[in-house]
Design a protein around this ligand. Structure first.
Ligand SMILES: C[S@@+](CC[C@H](N)C(=O)[O-])C[C@H]1O[C@@H](n2cnc3c(N)ncnc32)[C@H](O)[C@@H]1O
Length: 257
């Protein structure tokens, strides 16, 4: 079993400030298109109640508005502290959650859609673990169902010679740096510095990740019996190109009738 999938980097202190730290990711301009794409795919699979399973549901940033859009949502997350934050939100009683890794946890149900957003496939830091993630998605899909992953494209092109660091965000209250620590084993770390409200006081947090090219994920999907049906640069369905910094990929499980 892949043990890297079981390290909780989102425990109590991180969970306590997650929604505030990621406020920009809760903006209607971000969540609106995300929910439109996911709800459309969930509805494509079912004439009755569309259903979705979120891998790494967290505090429900996406799951809560998707539920409001009429999709029955369940979720898996490693962090009990993140799930407690989800539970504290009104209207979330119908969401069934399991505390565990999305590489192995089994809800014993099939869904029209499984999705894993916000670069979280990378939190599984081995290839074996990421392969298990795709297999677990397929295990939870109805025939013809869709698996969606949102992930960054590795920023290796942006490294200056001799450097292994990229500043991916710099604002008054947040600086984010990706450090590419091992180019052989595709390992990196995201380092975050959040302003604490007092001058020159920053809170530091970091999350290791395994970066992948989209084509490697396509192979993992094929191993799990799924084929690529769409790839965009973002949730607005901007065409994916060699310049894209991220991708939203959609694979379909075979066996649609
Ligand atoms: C950046 S947050 C994203 C949460 C939510 N999907 C969102 O978009 O706001 C990453 C989440 O992934 C969870 N996570 C990381 N690795 C996991 C794994 N192997 N299995 C289940 N959850 C995992 C963390 O606990 C955390 O809640």
């Amino acid at each position: 079993m892949d043990t890297s999938s079981h390290i909780d980097h989102f425990d109590e202190p991180v969970a306590a400030t997650y929604d505030a730290d990621e406020a920009s990711m809760f903006a209607p301009g971000v969540l609106g298109p995300t929910v439109d794409v996911l709800a459309g795919l969930a509805r494509a699979g079912s004439a009755e109640q569309p259903s979705a399973l979120e891998f790494a549901i967290g505090t429900g940033r996406v799951a809560v508005p998707l539920l409001k859009a009429g999709v029955a949502v369940d979720g898996i997350d490693l962090s009990q502290a993140m799930l407690d934050r989800l539970r504290a939100k009104s209207g979330t009683e119908s969401i069934r959650t399991v505390t565990g890794s999305f590489t192995t946890a089994d809800l014993g149900a099939k869904y029209d859609l499984v999705y894993l957003v916000f670069n979280t496939i990378g939190n599984v830091t081995t290839q074996d673990g990421q392969v298990e993630c795709f297999a677990n998605a397929a295990r939870h899909l109805k025939p013809g169902g869709h698996f969606v992953v949102e992930n960054i494209v590795p920023r290796l092109r942006h490294l200056t010679p001799g450097s292994n660091e990229i500043v991916f965000h710099a604002s008054d209250d947040h600086v984010g740096v990706d450090v590419y620590t091992d180019l052989v084993n595709q390992q990196a770390v995201s380092r975050h510095f959040f302003a604490e409200g007092e001058p020159d006081v920053f809170r530091h947090g970091e999350t290791p990740f395994r970066y992948t090219w989209p084509s490697e994920l396509d192979l993992m999907a094929r191993l799990a019996g799924m084929d690529l049906v769409d790839r965009w640069a973002d949730w607005d369905k901007t065409p994916f190109s060699g310049e894209s910094g991220s991708h939203v990929s959609v694979w379909q499980l075979g066996g649609s009738s």
